[in-house]
Ligand binder design. Structure first.
Ligand SMILES: Nc1ncnc2c1ncn2[C@@H]1O[C@H](COP(=O)(O)OP(=O)(O)O)[C@@H](O)[C@H]1O
Ligand SMILES: [Mg+2]
Length: 309
């Protein structure tokens, strides 16, 4: 059993507080408001789906949470407080320390997040060593543990493989292992399944949900697909043109979407459309506790993920 378990010293309450976040990019056509007054909080161990069409400001928001716009030409105002540290006023060194150990990110494209010339184990070990002073051997052991934790079968052996020797799903698991190896309090996954086929997508979503439950970390799942967020998160925040248009518990948003934009998003997901407005036993009900025989949660439109080979 993995040792990457729930940190006992974890205080309850918000691990992330965002207040009136505004991100503006200078463009040839003038300033572009990518994020325009976004505020939300995330409690320890909870999950939030940030949903919106392409260009609505989801990735700009995600990057800002990790301080990744620093030194860029983007203008950022507002407050981003991660486990008590104000990311805006923190020093570069503080932010570097925060990344990985307090807040980590999983990107959409696992292939470009991994270096083709190093083994998967080395890359996870390196992510660990960038935050914890330890020997290479200890870091390797941590890497194997993290790869095991993301359900890579025979992790001790597979850690010696190169990214091209892994399937798309296994690569995404490896990138998630890099994200969680330092036990962050918040994991931001930006379209983590968009590049994967539907079956593998469901496996990765199940994995993220399991990791959240096992480690107590909070999860932000960023997706253009309301169906993905619907099956995987406690709360949904719908973004349009850099602003929140709707936010609430997943069941409320799916059953009674208030904003026309949310209604349109819902209608665009065929597997959810039948559950929309007024239905009492939709996917939201399923989310609260419908499990299959193996104890996996039912997800609208997804078959329960088959076990890994
Ligand atoms: N570095 C940048 N320079 C200029 N404009 C950008 C930059 N990054 C994102 N944008 C613009 O900001 C808006 C929000 O983008 P993004 O956050 O990537 O959207 P999403 O992730 O929701 O698809 C878009 O209009 C996009 O073109
Ligand atoms: Mg994006």
């Amino acid at each position: 059993m993995s040792k990457l378990t729930k940190p006992s010293d974890a205080p309850a309450g918000p691990v992330l507080e965002v207040k009136d976040l505004r991100i503006t990019f200078p463009t040839q056509q003038g300033p572009l408001k990518a994020v325009d007054g976004l505020s939300f909080e995330l409690d320890a161990g909870k999950s939030l789906g940030i949903v919106g069409e392409s260009g609505s400001g989801k990735s700009a928001t995600s990057l800002a949470l990790l301080g990744l716009h620093r030194r860029s030409r983007a203008k950022i105002t507002g407050e981003i407080v991660v486990t008590g540290t104000d990311m805006q006023s923190a020093s570069d060194e503080q932010v570097r320390q925060m990344r990985g150990s307090q807040i980590a990110m999983v990107f959409q494209d696992a292939l470009s997040a991994l270096n083709p010339y190093y083994t998967v184990g080395d890359q996870v070990a390196e992510a660990y060593r960038s935050h914890v002073q330890c020997s290479k051997k200890e870091a390797w052991a941590k890497a194997v543990e993290a790869l095991d934790h993301v359900r890579i079968p025979d992790a001790a052996r597979r850690a010696k493989a190169y990214p091209h020797q892994f399937s798309g799903g296994m690569r995404q698991r490896s990138v998630i292992a890099m994200g969680i190896v330092c036990q962050p309090r918040v994991l931001v996954a930006d379209e983590p399944t968009t590049a994967l086929d539907v079956t593998v997508q469901a496996q990765i979503l199940d994995l993220l949900e399991d990791l959240r439950r096992e480690t107590g970390m909070a999860l932000i799942l960023v997706t253009h697909d309301l169906g993905v967020a619907a099956g995987s998160t406690d709360e949904i925040l719908v973004m349009q043109k850099g602003k929140e248009v709707e936010r609430g518990p997943v069941g409320d948003v799916l059953r009674r979407p208030v904003h026309p934009y949310t209604q349109a998003l819902l209608a665009s997901v065929p597997r959810l459309a039948g559950f929309a407005v007024g239905e009492g036993d939709g996917p939201a009900g399923g989310h609260q506790g419908r499990h299959d025989r193996q104890g996996r949660r039912a997800r609208p439109g997804h078959q329960p993920a088959p076990d890994l080979p």
